[in-house]
Design a binder for this molecule. Sequence first.
Ligand SMILES: Nc1ncnc2c1ncn2[C@@H]1O[C@H](COP(=O)(O)OP(=O)(O)OP(=O)(O)O)[C@@H](O)[C@H]1O
Ligand SMILES: [Mg+2]
Length: 256
Amino acid sequence: MKSSSLLVAREVTKVFGGHRAVDGVSFVLERGCIGGLIGPNGAGKTTLFNCLAGHLAPTSGSIELDGVPIAGAPPSRVFAAGLARTFQIPRPFPQMTVLENVMLAPPHQLGERFWANWLQPRAVAAQERRTQEAARHWLDFVGLSALAQQPASVLSGGQRKLLELARVMVAEPRLVLLDEPGAGVNPALLDQIVDKVAALNRQGTTFLVIEHNMDLVMSLCRPVMVMAQGRLLVQGEPDTVLRDPRVVEAYLGDAA
Ligand SMILES: Nc1ncnc2c1ncn2[C@@H]1O[C@H](COP(=O)(O)OP(=O)(O)OP(=O)(O)O)[C@@H](O)[C@H]1O
Ligand SMILES: [Mg+2]
């Protein structure tokens, strides 16, 4: 039987020239949840995501996805293992169409292997068709179908967040890390993103979401983890966590 823990981090630390951006962070993310990760600016949230997704090798500590060690593995390996992430500032390729941007991500693309084009041209073509179908499906899911053939440069900030969601979903990940899905998004689009994430979660995708918008966190995330100055302060139910004096102080300290 599969363990209920999907992601296990133990004592994850990332040091930048003496500064402990992530400082001994340990947590367990249960399969099927939408976990929240909050904390003041500079707390180390994105750096922790970078360590989890392979964009940075932690200085020390271990990370397991479904029992498989992934700390220090390159992003492509972590991605192939089922963990996909979106970026705090999405940077789609502006000249490529919206559809082409979504088609960039799937794992094990045969066509990218040099010899495959000669040895298995039909398999490559069939896979490209499947990828395109999947990309169209996810564009439709996030409501961007009408813009599929437009260059990505026409998208608003909120639409870029939706494009990112479609892009990661093409790979059918087990775990999706969202870095501030609500930042720069107007309220109507924000509701859409919340609905999409909740729907995907009901279908079995686990999420971990960094977010400053507390309404979004309260309505979507359970449990909530709070980071400040590289450390994990508390975790639990959103309303309990937000009333915790240590959390209040971390935010007030940031505002001072
Ligand atoms: N590549 C890097 N090199 C050096 N320092 C870095 C690097 N990336 C992040 N830092 C530092 O690490 C700390 C944590 O940054 P991080 O971006 O993880 O914070 P965050 O919690 O995501 O903040 P925000 O809410 O503003 O996005 C900050 O002090 C930042 O300046
Ligand atoms: Mg950040």
